[in-house]
Design a protein around this ligand. Structure first.
Ligand SMILES: C[S@@+](CC[C@H](N)C(=O)[O-])C[C@H]1O[C@@H](n2cnc3c(N)ncnc32)[C@H](O)[C@@H]1O
Length: 275
């Protein structure tokens, strides 16, 4: 039974109509969005969700979308254990995630696997904006890459990332580099066969740095927001311009909408070969 069906008779028809029945589940933590009009009913909603899903220990409310320097979503526990440290599994890998202190979304699991399948044997992969390490770890697990270096400046995310490297026994292949990638990537000029840039709000500012870290014929997976009405052309021109200014050219290998963000805006990825 879904959440709406379970709340029939306990909420009015009007309240049921605005109830968001989908929620994110990160290990033992469920994250729900409660509209303003249902704030007084949030305990009832959380209790119902908890009763229906025995695997959860905590039901938390998403108080804000991803924001600030570390792109953190603010969360507030409604019921259950006060701990927002989740133990999460994805694609055969395990993760510790300090929810509320670190950016994390389980919604990109399919995208992480897609990337892992594109990685060729012996590649050295770089992940700018690594968070607690999900891209590096899933890629290392499902490809024959030689190494994966993740760059991240949120100290809590780096701590989780380091723990996740140990948890998944990848100490010899995966490295977490702490600090601003614009500075820390200096040591990795010309080192990567593939660079992943999963920070759609600011990846453009780091595209030049990514180009500098590419080996000959490397691939960049560039994530950004765009207009739903015509998502690819303008964004492709922007990165092509940066490439030209830096004496390189780009060949578009693939492009896709990763997820809708709002009615007018979506998140896209451009897979680009650097020449
Ligand atoms: C949208 S989150 C993605 C995190 C991770 N890739 C994931 O999907 O779980 C972007 C991440 O990039 C980090 N970040 C943003 N700018 C950065 C910079 N200049 N240097 C290092 N990390 C940065 C943020 O702290 C945040 O953790």
């Amino acid at each position: 039974m879904d959440l709406k069906a379970a709340l029939k008779g306990k909420l009015s028809e009007k309240q049921l109509a605005i109830l968001n029945k989908s929620f994110d589940s990160v290990g033992q933590v469920a994250i729900i969005e409660i509209p303003e009009e249902l704030q007084k009913k949030k305990k009832l909603i959380a209790e119902t969700l908890l009763k229906q899903n025995k695997q959860f220990k905590t039901i938390a409310e998403k108080v804000s979308g991803a924001g600030g320097k570390y792109r953190i979503k603010k969360l507030k526990v409604i019921i259950g254990s006060k701990s927002l440290t989740a133990e999460y599994r994805e694609s055969g890998c395990s993760f510790k995630v300090s929810l509320g202190k670190v950016y994390f979304s389980p919604r990109f699991g399919t995208e992480r696997l897609r990337l892992a399948k594109l990685v060729q044997p012996k590649e050295n992969v770089g992940v700018f904006f690594a968070g607690c390490g999900p891209y590096c770890i899933v890629i290392m697990k499902h490809s024959k890459a030689t190494s994966c270096v993740g760059f991240e400046w949120n100290p809590v995310a780096v701590k989780d990332f380091e723990e996740n490297i140990r948890k998944n026994k990848m100490q010899t292949q995966v490295q977490a580099v702490k600090g601003d990638v614009k500075k820390t990537a200096e040591k990795f000029k010309g080192k990567f066969d593939r660079i992943i840039m999963p920070s759609p709000s600011n990846a453009i500012e780091y595209f030049k740095t990514a180009l500098q870290c590419c080996k000959k014929n490397a691939v960049i997976h560039y994530y950004c927001f765009s207009e739903t009405s015509g998502p690819f052309k303008k964004r492709l021109e922007e990165v092509k311009k940066i490439a030209r200014e830096n004496g390189k050219s780009l060949k578009l290998l693939d492009s896709k909408v990763v997820r809708p963000y709002s009615k007018e805006i979506c998140q896209i990825v451009l897979d680009l070969r650097v020449k």
